[in-house]
Design a protein around this ligand. Structure first.
Ligand SMILES: [Zn+2]
Length: 202
């Protein structure tokens, strides 16, 4: 599992956005032959799956999908930590596990990142956290926050970085969670396969 690639800048991440705040590949639209009228949407790994009737027109699809995605996002926002709460949490984690790091992030934000769990640009002290972690258990979110926070001081994954990261008490559990999440995502990686499965169950 790789949390990030600390040598990359964060700014390229939004370049392939297809809808505001939505990166390509995040939304999977499934046309279901079984479905007659109703539309449903749910979160599956890092993706939002919108299931629509097979016969729905393209125009209706274009109108319906952003609406359903907005609905899912609103539900998630209700239970998601605010960005200022993320920054505060980073401060707590550093104080607890790496008090020698006095740097604090200038800006912390959620981002639609599919390839990485987080990123830290040490030059301007910005930390980005993948919105795939919005529903994650605390220990997994903390682990990624702490990882990125150490990058404020150490930009690579060298010995000093590792020594600090190892102080995180539930790192094995957190790694297992993130690996499991990625495995589940990989299983959903090819929308064509997913479509087939959902349209022809069994
Ligand atoms: Zn890293």
């Amino acid at each position: 599992m790789q949390i990030d690639d600390s040598s990359l800048e964060g700014s390229e991440l939004d370049s392939d956005a297809t809808l505001p705040g939505i990166s390509e590949g995040e939304i999977v639209v499934i046309r279901s032959k079984r479905r007659k009228r109703n539309v449903s949407a749910y979160r599956a790994g890092g993706r939002i799956v919108v299931s629509i009737p097979a016969r729905m027109s393209k125009a209706d699809e274009r109108a319906m999908v952003p609406e359903m995605v907005a609905k899912i996002r609103a539900q998630e926002a209700a239970v998601t930590m605010s960005e200022s709460a993320l920054a505060e949490r980073i401060g707590e984690l550093l104080q607890e596990f790496a008090p020698e790091i006095e740097l604090r992030p200038a800006d912390v934000a959620w981002r639609a990142m599919r390839e990485r769990w987080g990123s830290c640009t040490s030059v301007d002290r910005t930390i980005r956290i993948s919105d795939r972690l919005k529903g994650a258990p605390d220990f997994a979110l903390d682990y990624v926050l702490y990882h990125e926070a150490i990058h404020l001081q150490y930009s690579d994954h060298g010995a000093q970085f590792k020594e600090l990261l190892e102080r995180f008490p539930r790192s094995e559990l957190a790694s297992a969670y993130l690996d499991g999440y990625e495995a589940a995502e990989t299983a959903l990686a090819v929308p064509e396969v997913l479509k087939k499965l959902l349209n022809n169950p069994g």
